[in-house]
Design a protein around this ligand. Sequence first.
Ligand code: SAM
Length: 281
Amino acid sequence: MSTRHFTEPAKKHLGQHFLHDRRIIDMIVQAVDPKPGDRLVEIGPGQGAITFPLLDRHGELTVIEFDRDLIFPLTDAARAHGTLEVIHRDVLSVDFSAIARNSGAGEGPAVDGKIRLVGNLPYNLSSPILFHALDHAAAIRDMVFMLQKEVVDRMAAGPGSKVYGRLGVMLQAYCHVTPLFDVPPAAFKPPPKVDSAVVRLVPRAPETIGVKDPAMFTAVVRDAFGQRRKTLRNALSKLCDAAAIEAVGVRPDARAEQIEVADFVRLANSLAAAPAGTDRA
Ligand code: SAM
């Protein structure tokens, strides 16, 4: 891939850190390992560091890029590699489920009707992009994302870890989260100030998720970790009383950081199932 097409300097406000380490790029492509019929969608293709190797392997790809200055050079350079569909939008306004329903850059829709997301994400938008993807989890087969290592650590953390919190519980309730490998700042131009890591997320089958009322689950997890030093009894006082917590086998004097994801799911389901008008607190 030639960079002669790209003349604009990297834009800090768009989180632009372009990958240039061939070995890391190959490891990402290997982690995606596209198969015939896969419907690949890349978030933030930038100057095409992952885009062109994926196109060389797979022949077709849809990309979502917000920076207008990158659209023409990207499209121009892509001609030598395969069929590229460019969606020039803010990824947070893109309906992944609609993309999954439509046919792709080249052939028809994916065999299982789901897309596979890939991206070296703009770090300032990591969490919003992850939560946006969760909203469309039923249309996504898997995601391979590069993020700040600190965020990947939080996504994968379990009870007892200092970094176990809202992000990890919310993601793990809906997805299998597997950190793959770390990436040093020197792999990017310009180098970010922090270490990065690549992670794989695989949405759980809908029948195994278990969350009955997503709004209640979100509220329980948000309040539980709102003040992580508080006991659950105090942190959740707006939603329920100690008896309701105890009723699902969880100690009201425990702190959120000690509670398993499955316990949060059970508690939220039990609160959601309480008859309308019940005074839960
Ligand atoms: N994939 C390229 C690479 O690995 O070199 C670029 C990665 S760079 C970290 C993040 C990319 O996301 C940039 O191309 C940036 O313009 C794009 N981006 C930033 N905010 C975006 C948004 N809201 N929607 C879509 N793309 C965005």
